[in-house]
Write a new protein. Structure first.
Lengths: 400, 315
């Protein structure tokens, strides 16, 4: 963790120049009670309650005391808001659409982010100013860790601010690489007909590459007709793939333990058909992620390796990789479904259905399977580890 | 936080070496092939047929029928789409368009037809239920307790929370198939959905091939799609409807005024279907599609069956 490094002087100066004023609003005591619950009681419940308030009212809530009086309440506030935004997106996202039928567009996702994170940005700037003025190194380190964690799943302007503050650092490079990878577009070998929600993917919506009777000649016609930028002098993915590879390698040079960067490096290598190199990265990612107990990363490394083996026709190895993924996350559906498909194609029906039976047995009492990390990986340019990044920051602000 | 908790469950498995994982059994050739066949004439299902009434051709080569059964019952997996595009209609996915046409939420219609399907089941039929949105949720494994499942469907009608911006149609269909794959009766997955798949790792083409190979029928009740710049946007060249086509299933429009009657007819056909099994002989062992043709002998009628099966890797 690089959180104890000193802040760049330019970052501190730029933050101190930013306005940090917070107008007095109602609801402070209620919000303070949530902060107290988050710091001293049931943090999960506090996140859920704040998410339930929704974006229309959340930006009016403030800590009850000034940053000088209780800086760690402010520190908790910025994390609580960020966690609540994440929770809102993943579990309460539908409510706002019910209330505002026509005005709610995909652009409003940015509005939601702004409502949740706008106050966080204002508060963290004030917090950094206070930490610098008082020489509170722990508080500075926390703010840095929060910035870096939050830049992985936030609005563009937030990303830009974090990037500019910590330019060149491994986590920032990882986030930049993720956007470059996202802009590569979908994998032409497996692309679904409908592959994303974000505006950046609008240009990819017309891809029709999922035809059952696929062949290279046909693909070339479609690609040339519908997406002329798709095949360029730089290769299938234009310059995005090359730049993503360079960025991930730069991140790994700076921090070889950044397993998500290695996973994504492997994925991009796979997409540009460098399968041998990709497999090496997946295997190392799996080993490293197991050691570091990073479940989502280990799961995806095994899933991606399985897909690669399957594409290469190595059925036994593909099945072993899918089973490794299942062992890491027993309630994630994509690996057992991929294993079922592999077995059905290979005449091992009983083994395939057994894998699915095990998956359903591992569903919780409420029957919920996990949201598969692969879905987040493909659809969003944010990190599939985002929720865990936030939760990992809680000990900074907890009072046990 | 269920997802995080679920991920945490697997933490202990992180220490397991890859080589220690079970690898399973793969077979070089195709063993038994199961073909579910419906025979109808103008009066409805034709019943009482036996082996001499059928001829089976695999890749053009006539096969010896090993068994023919009429299960008389069905095992139905209801797979209900509760993703954002179904729950909130126009208001989510047509956002890119300056003046999106009004498409109402399809959720109430789908829930209604899930209930109607349950009411069409006979006492010996089994039904299971799962929903999918952000997550695939198993509500009930295959059971004859139809009232219990109906109660769960009715409870779903009134829920609002839980919608997430993911819609793994193909994975949900495969999971639904696992509920009925080895149950008594004709295995059928009923997909009630707008067909917009945003989150499956498996492609719809791969899912179709796998289920075709497994001999599981997928019927689809669809509501209008709400997203897209063009007709091709949401459907593409291989929309989920083609899973139905590939598996010998049927597609129904939820807006059809006589859908209830269509479903009743369909269920009667499914219950009266024949299960023909054979082991391919004299057929070249190739990886790819094997066309299967079922011909009637001495009987007039129309045959409904999946068009064949795939062997080899499907991805």
């Amino acid at each position: 963790m690089s959180s104890m490094r000193p802040w760049p002087l330019a970052a501190i100066v730029s933050l101190l120049l930013l306005p940090a004023g917070l107008p007095a609003e109602t609801g402070r005591q209620d919000y303070q009670a949530l902060i107290d619950e988050y710091r001293r009681g049931d943090a999960e419940a506090a996140v859920t309650k704040l998410a339930a308030i929704g974006p229309d009212n959340i930006d009016r809530l403030r800590p009850a005391t000034s940053v000088e009086q209780s800086p760690w309440d402010w520190a908790a506030s910025i994390l609580l808001r960020t966690e609540a935004k994440h929770r809102y997106f993943y579990t309460h996202f539908g409510w706002s659409f019910l209330r505002a039928p026509r005005s709610q567009t995909i652009d409003s996702w940015n509005r939601v982010r702004d409502r949740f994170e706008g106050p966080s940005l204002r508060e963290v700037r004030a917090l950094v100013g206070h930490a610098v003025r008082t020489g509170d190194e722990r508080l500075q380190a926390y703010c840095r860790a929060w910035y870096i964690a939050a830049l992985h799943g936030s609005a563009r302007k937030f990303f830009i601010e974090s990037r500019d503050l910590f330019r060149g650092e491994p986590e920032v490079l990882l986030a930049r690489g993720r956007y470059l990878e996202f802009w590569m577009g979908p994998d032409p070998r497996y692309v679904r007909h409908y592959s994303g929600w974000a505006m950046d993917w609008g240009r990819y919506f017309e891809f029709h590459l999922d035809a059952p009777e696929w062949n290279e000649e046909e693909r070339d016609v479609w690609v040339a007709w519908e997406t002329p930028w798709f095949r360029t002098v730089h290769g299938t993915f234009g310059t995005w793939a090359r730049r993503a590879l360079e960025t991930y390698r730069e991140a790994l040079d700076a921090d070889p333990d950044l397993t998500e960067a290695r996973l994504r490096l492997g994925r991009v290598l796979y997409l540009v058909s460098r399968h041998g190199d990709a497999l090496g990265e997946f295997e190392r990612t799996l080993a490293d992620a197991r050691t570091r107990r990073e479940v989502g990363t280990a799961y995806l490394a095994a899933l991606f390796a399985g897909q690669l083996h399957e594409f290469e026709g190595r059925t036994i190895e593909a099945a072993a990789s899918y089973r490794a993924a299942i062992a890491v996350c027993p309630s994630c559906p994509s690996a057992p479904v991929a294993l079922l498909s592999l077995y059905l194609a290979s005449g091992g029906d009983a083994e395939g259905w057994q894998a699915m039976d095990t998956l359903l047995r591992d569903a919780g009492d409420d029957g919920n399977l996990a949201t598969d990390p692969s879905a987040t990986y493909v659809i969003f340019p944010g990190s599939f580890l985002q929720g865990q990044r936030y939760v990992a920051l809680r000990p900074w602000v907890r009072v046990e | 936080m269920k997802g995080v908790a679920a991920l945490a469950v697997g933490t202990m498995a992180l220490v397991m070496p890859l080589g220690a994982q079970q690898q399973g059994v793969f077979r070089a050739g195709v063993e038994g092939v199961r073909i579910d066949v419906i025979v109808t004439d103008d009066d409805g299902p034709v019943q009482g047929l036996t082996s001499p009434h059928f001829e089976v051709y695999d890749a053009g080569v006539r096969q010896a029928i090993e068994s023919i059964e009429t299960p008389g019952t069905m095992a139905l997996a209801l797979v209900l789409d509760r993703s954002a595009s179904v729950r909130f209609g126009t208001r989510v996915v047509r956002a890119f368009e300056p003046d999106p046409p009004s498409v109402p939420p399809g959720w109430p219609t789908l829930v209604d037809y899930a209930g109607r399907m349950l009411s069409l089941l006979g006492p010996d039929d089994e039904a299971g239920l799962l929903t999918f949105g952000g997550r695939i949720v198993l509500h009930a494994r295959a059971t004859r307790d139809h009232d219990g499942i109906r109660g769960q469907v009715e409870a779903l009608a009134n829920t609002v929370q839980g919608t997430e911006p993911f819609s793994p149609v193909a994975e949900a269909v495969m999971t639904g198939a696992s509920l009925v794959a080895n149950r008594p009766g004709r295995p059928v997955v009923a997909l009630l959905s707008d067909g917009i798949d945003t989150a499956s790792w498996l492609t719809t083409a791969t899912a179709a091939r796998a289920l075709q190979r497994a001999g599981i029928t997928v019927d689809m009740v669809s509501v209008p799609r709400t997203g897209g710049h063009s007709e091709g946007f949401a459907g593409g060249p291989y929309p989920p409807e083609l899973i139905a086509e590939a598996t010998g299933g049927r597609q129904f429009e939820a807006s059809s005024p006589d859908l209830a009657e269509q479903l009743a007819t369909r269920f009667a056909e499914l219950r009266s279907s024949y299960v023909i099994t054979y082991t391919p002989k004299g057929v070249e062992e190739i990886e790819g599609f094997h066309e299967v043709e079922i011909r009637l002998v001495g009987v007039k009628g129309r045959v409904q069956a999946r068009p064949g099966y795939f062997t080899g890797a499907g991805r």
